[in-house]
Ligand binder design. Sequence first.
Ligand SMILES: [Zn+2]
Length: 130
Amino acid sequence: MTGSNSGVPENGAAADRDLPADRAFACADCGRRWYYDRRRCPDCDRSAADAASVRLETGAVVATTTVETTPPDVRAPNHLALVRFDEVRLIAQAAAADLSPGDRVRFDGSHRLRDGPDRTDPRLVAAEES
Ligand SMILES: [Zn+2]
């Protein structure tokens, strides 16, 4: 699917909105939250261009994995976790290999995903019980 003749960007206006790793989109109408950029709210169909961004606080680890063979500019081993922040589910880098399913986590720190770009994002760390 190229869409090269349509003159319409493949992902619409919201594709330009690259949020930090610890933020999710929130629908301007119904409040539904999602993590990966999309064109419309999955519940009410409102344009995602109007969506706000909200900070993800504390989530629960669903699963973890470690990628040993990574692209040249990505750390190896690369520890990843599938995490549920209420209705928002995402896969993100974990700071270390110490997370397990059921652990409570939050985003913390400032790390570079790849060499080159100056952009940094937080990684998942265990959340202190309070
Ligand atoms: Zn909505």
